[in-house]
Design a protein around this ligand. Structure first.
Ligand code: GDP
Ligand code: MG
Length: 470
């Protein structure tokens, strides 16, 4: 039986219930078990706290939480203060709202009747179904009813804004909710080593990164592309700070409307002891609808034709005839990995034209088999828990939601979307910020390694002539 309730929805319910980490076990689903009160009671009676969730074809999701077991012993109300109704989505849009019991209505929290499905509130705020409901096509026209607002405080939200004005559902699920002391908000991405010693290991991993022999490439060249103010310069500064052991500000960062970075600048990183990890980060001017790189410039950049510290001219594109144009780019000078840097709080503001521009860039990147990832910045602004403690990142459903969104926007794998929190106001380094950043960097270097292996194969099978410097 497939669960329809998403991970982040469970997290939201867990927070509303508010008594610690929970496990949700699916007990009953009408699509698999049938919409039948006898079956509902067989599966759900005596199971302790449960959550009932209704889904309709319009993408609305709502329901109720009962801290008490369902029973079919008699027809009676059960009394409590902690039951609540909720909505999670309306018309497919997230709308997380909790509707609590009104004072004086605690005796009518839930209603048990052997012939009814789950019922909440006095005659009845939410009455799912009576006896048996047969499926009509993909939906179940529930024969109960919703008179929201009798026992539960609906905060001015009308029934239409919860169930779209009808009671047809595509699914109704009941989950048992149990306390799970081993679970501290299940992460959506696995990683539990947020300790200083693990950070040291991560740093070692990155410092020991070497390019495959046989390619004559000493350093991986990673280019950052993204809108003005996305945090490209800050991402470099954050990485640089980690290796230097103090907050550095080598790349000029700020919040001017026009791009602070107007040059193509390549940065290498130096550790406290003076060694350098084997990568170079390349900063580019901000990507805008009518400014920043165009597709030709993007190709020149990828192919290593654009020299370091080149000042981009908004009015004209660099030409192969230009004096500074690198005519014999080496494999070393080419770009080996592209990182799109996006502000997590501004994903909706990325215009269709910018997305189209990026899609065109991706075409030329794919032609060259260059791996692409997204670094998603400013996640501290998305979620208070992350702001307080960056190690909460992989548990935050808000971050997860924005990772999903960014992955869809540019059509890249979810696992290649790397949430980060850059140094901006901090004066001191933080283990968790460092760990999250280095996890992102390690992933980037993993993809560089894959790319290099492909280069070796191209060389081996003679598909691509690796261009060497004269
Ligand atoms: N809160 C927060 N602010 C950030 C973060 N990354 C960058 N910023 C701020 O966003 C602004 C723009 O950053 P910048 O690196 O100059 O963006 P760029 O134009 O892409 O190079 C600066 O004021 C940064 O301090 C982040 O992760 N969290
Ligand atoms: Mg910049």
């Amino acid at each position: 039986m497939g669960e329809r309730l998403k991970h982040k929805d469970k997290d939201q319910l867990e927070r509303w219930i508010g008594t610690g980490p929970k496990t949700f076990t699916l007990l009953y689903a009408i699509t698999g078990d049938g919409c039948n009160s006898k079956i509902f009671h067989e599966k759900c009676d005596g199971q302790g706290p449960t959550v009932t969730v209704l889904y309709n074809a319009k993408g609305s999701v709502y329901g109720g939480y009962s801290p008490m077991s369902w029973n079919s012993l008699s027809t009676s109300y059960s009394s409590c203060t902690e039951a609540f109704l909720f909505q999670l989505y309306h018309d497919g849009n997230q709308k997380a709202t909790k509707f609590e019991l009104k004072p004086g209505q605690y005796h009518y929290a839930v209603y048990n009747n052997p012939n009814y499905g789950p019922v909440f509130g006095y005659e009845y705020d939410l009455f799912t179904f009576n006896n048996n409901v047969t499926r009509t096509g993909a939906t179940f026209p529930l024969n109960g009813g919703a008179s929201f607002g009798k026992s539960y405080e609906m905060l001015g939200i009308g029934a239409n804004d919860i169930h779209n004005g009808n009671f047809n559902v595509t699914e109704l699920e009941v989950y048992r909710v149990t306390y799970n002391e081993n679970k501290q908000g299940r992460p959506w991405r696995e990683f539990d080593n947020w300790k200083t010693k693990d950070l040291a290991r991560l740093k070692e991993d990155i410092l020991s990164f070497k390019l495959l022999p046989g390619l004559n490439i000493d350093e991986a060249r990673i280019v950052m592309i993204g809108p003005v103010g996305a945090g490209k310069s800050s991402f470099f500064n954050t990485i640089d700070s980690i290796f230097r052991g103090r907050i550095t500000q080598r790349a000029c960062s700020g919040c001017l409307a026009q791009s602070v970075t107007t040059r193509y600048i390549q940065y290498s990183v130096r550790t406290e002891s003076g060694s350098s990890p084997k990568f170079i980060l390349c900063d580019t001017p901000g990507l805008e609808e009518s400014a920043g790189l165009d597709v030709d410039e993007c190709c020149y950049l990828l192919d290593g034709n654009i020299p370091d510290y080149y000042l981009f001219n908004q009015k004209s594109t660099i030409s192969p005839k230009a004096e500074e144009f690198g005519v014999y780019p080496t494999t070393q000078g080419k770009i080996h990995c592209v990182v799109f840097v996006l502000d997590a709080t501004a994903l909706d503001a990325v215009s269709d034209k910018v997305v189209e521009k990026v899609k065109n860039f991706q075409r030329v990147m794919n032609d060259r088999e260059i791996p692409q990832l997204i670094v998603l910045t400013k996640i501290d602004k998305l979620c208070e828990d992350v702001q307080k403690d960056t190690s909460y990142t992989y548990k935050s459903w808000k971050v997860e939601e924005h990772v999903d969104k960014a992955s869809e926007l540019f059509g890249l794998r979810r696992s290649n979307v790397l949430p980060v929190k850059n140094y901006e106001k901090e004066e001191l380094l933080d283990v968790n910020i460092n760990t999250l950043t280095l996890l992102a960097l390690r992933k980037i270097l993993d993809l560089v390694d894959d790319y290099m292996q492909n280069l070796i194969d191209r060389q081996k099978f003679g598909q691509m002539k690796i261009c060497e410097k004269k």
